[in-house]
Every structure is written in C-alpha cells, then in structure tokens.
Design a protein around this ligand. Structure first.
Ligand SMILES: Nc1ncnc2c1ncn2[C@@H]1O[C@H](COP(=O)(O)OP(=O)(O)OP(=O)(O)O)[C@@H](O)[C@H]1O
Length: 297
C-alpha cells in the first residue's frame, strides 16, 4: 500500500504542466466535444453504435485468440475507413462547411467586431410564412418551403425556375395550388424573397423516418441533412405542418411552434448580443421582445 502511494506521489511530482499542455487540453476537449455533438446529430450516431459492436467483437476475438478473424479485421480496416469516408461524404462535407461558417468562427471569438447585416428576414415574412403554411394545411395543399441560412443553396436553386418575389401567404397558396406550373417540388426562400420554385432536393435515406411519410417529407429532411437550412413541409394528405432542421423532422407543429422556430432563424439574438455590449438596449432587442409578445398572444 505504501509502495503504491509512493509510486503515485513520485509519478505526480514528475509531471510538469506547461502552458502549452493546458492549451492542448483545452483545444482537444473542444474538438472532441464538437465531434461528439456532430456524431449525435448525424447518421454517424448509427455508425458509432456499429463500431462499438465491432470493437466488442474484436475484443472477444482477441481474448479467445481467434487469429483468422483478427487477421481478416487487420486487413480489412483500411477498406472500412475508405468506405466510411465515402458513405458519410455529405456529413463530412457539411462539417467542413460549418467550420468555415461565419457564425462558427464568431462563436469562438466573443469580441467579434464584424458588423452583421440586419435580421435574416423581417417579422412580416415570419407572419406570412406561418399564415401561408397553415392556410395551405387547412386546404390540404402540399408544400415544401426551404429557408436558406448561412449555406448557400445555389446548386438546388439551379434545379428550379427562377423567381424574385416577396414572401406573402397569397403567393405561397398560389405557387402550391394543385395543377399549376410551379406547384411541384420545393421553393427556396432567401431573406424576404422567394428566389426559386420547383426545385429538386436530395432525398434523405434516414431509416428512422416513419414509413408513412413519402418523398415530400424525405426531401425536406434530406436538404436539412446536407445544409443548415430549415424546411417547412405541409402534408397534402393530412394538412399537418412539419419542420425539418439538421436532419431532424418535427411533425405536426402548431403555428406558435413554427413561429418560434422562424424567430430563432431570424437571428436577431446574435446581433443583439454583439452590439448590446457597447450600444445598450438597441432596436433588435425591442424587436425580440415584440416577437416574444406576438408568440405569447
Ligand atoms: N426530391 C424532391 N424534391 C422536391 N420535391 C419533391 C421531391 N420528391 C417529391 N417532391 C414533392 O413531393 C410530392 C410528392 O409527395 P408524396 O405524396 O410522395 O410525399 P409525402 O411525404 O407523402 O407528402 P404528403 O403528406 O403531402 O402526401 C411531389 O409531387 C413533389 O412536389
């Protein structure tokens, strides 16, 4: 017991911590934390569970000296790594895009002086989107509305018909009206304007999505897996309104819940935090309070 204590004492006293060690620990903790969050929020979570099963299997094989199996595993590991990179190419691409995003960098730098533009879209657009979505729901008109965030949706915009119109509930109802030229596919909204209609979106292959959901919902989830956009999906069959964000589908939301998500997407909070420090209570803060009141009503 004494020997053990001495060993621990001499080991600890031989450890010398420098500033660079502390810095390394902080950076590595940050990186590992973000990798874990990324795994949790993507299909990589399912892969992770598969890898854990494989690790347990390899451990058992090692204990039982199953040499042939261990030989095959050691030879196949490179192929598995390459296959993983290919399978998770969209998620890896998205993760790298996020690294370069303005918002990610500014979250690391608390005193980012960069002047951001005004909110992403106006309160009027929020209200029109909510009104339009639920009116379409009532009329059982199917709709797919993608709201662009930081990742540009240019490659999906190109698949559709170019528009440049202010978002209004009447226009939404008109576009998605059955048997009209623009009703098929998705519309893409940038700021306060609808910039493209009849866009083709990537379909999600998430096995956990309910089997009763068709391609409209899969397309809505698909685009949210590979970009940071938010999709509003109105079901033609049930009239229910759903939201897809970061690959997660929230079904059958209420107007208040949709509005809450859109207010978050407006991004007023970020601006307020950044400027409040030296500008005091600004216009944005008043807008947030007004929005909260609107939601409460
Ligand atoms: N990849 C895609 N990109 C954009 N829109 C799509 C795509 N796939 C399907 N859609 C749209 O979804 C419509 C078909 O919806 P479908 O009935 O299969 O979906 P659903 O999820 O069951 O929705 P609903 O509840 O409205 O029936 C198509 O007419 C088209 O407008």
């Amino acid at each position: 017991m004494m020997g053990m204590k001495q060993f621990i004492h001499s080991y600890l006293s031989s450890l010398t911590f420098t500033y660079s060690d502390v810095l390394e620990i902080i950076i590595l903790s940050f990186v590992v934390y973000h990798i874990l969050i990324w795994i949790r929020n993507t299909r990589a979570w399912t892969l992770m569970k598969g890898i854990l099963v494989m690790i347990v299997f390899i451990f058992i094989a090692t204990l039982l000296n199953l040499d042939s199996i261990l030989f095959l595993v050691s030879k196949g590991i490179n192929a598995i790594l390459v296959a993983t990179a290919v399978i998770f190419q969209p998620e890896l691409r998205r993760a790298l895009e996020q690294l370069g995003e303005k918002k990610f960098l500014s979250s690391l730098l608390p005193f980012d002086m960069e002047k951001d533009a005004e909110e992403r879209f106006s309160d009027k657009t929020v209200n029109e989107l909510v009104k339009g979505s639920f009116e379409m729901g009532k009329a059982k008109t199917g709709a797919l509305i993608v709201l662009e965030k930081n990742t540009k949706l240019t490659e999906y915009i190109r698949t559709g018909i170019e528009l440049d119109s202010l978002v209004t509930s009447q226009l939404l109802l008109n576009i998605f009206e059955h048997n009209t030229p623009l009703h098929d596919g998705a519309i893409i909204v940038r700021g306060n304007r609808i910039i493209s209609a009849t866009c083709y979106l990537p379909l999600s292959d998430n096995m956990e999505l309910s089997k009763e959901l068709g391609t409209r919902h899969r397309a809505g989830v698909g685009i949210s897996e590979v970009t940071d956009s938010l999709t509003i999906i109105v079901s033609e069959e049930t009239g229910k309104v759903s939201i897809a964000q970061k690959g997660v589908l929230t079904r059958d939301v209420t107007p208040e819940e949709l509005k809450e998500q859109l207010v978050i997407l407006q991004d007023k909070n970020v601006n307020t935090k950044r400027f409040k420090f030296w500008k005091g209570k600004g216009k944005n803060e008043e807008n947030i309070n007004q929005n909260k009141e609107n939601i409460d009503q």
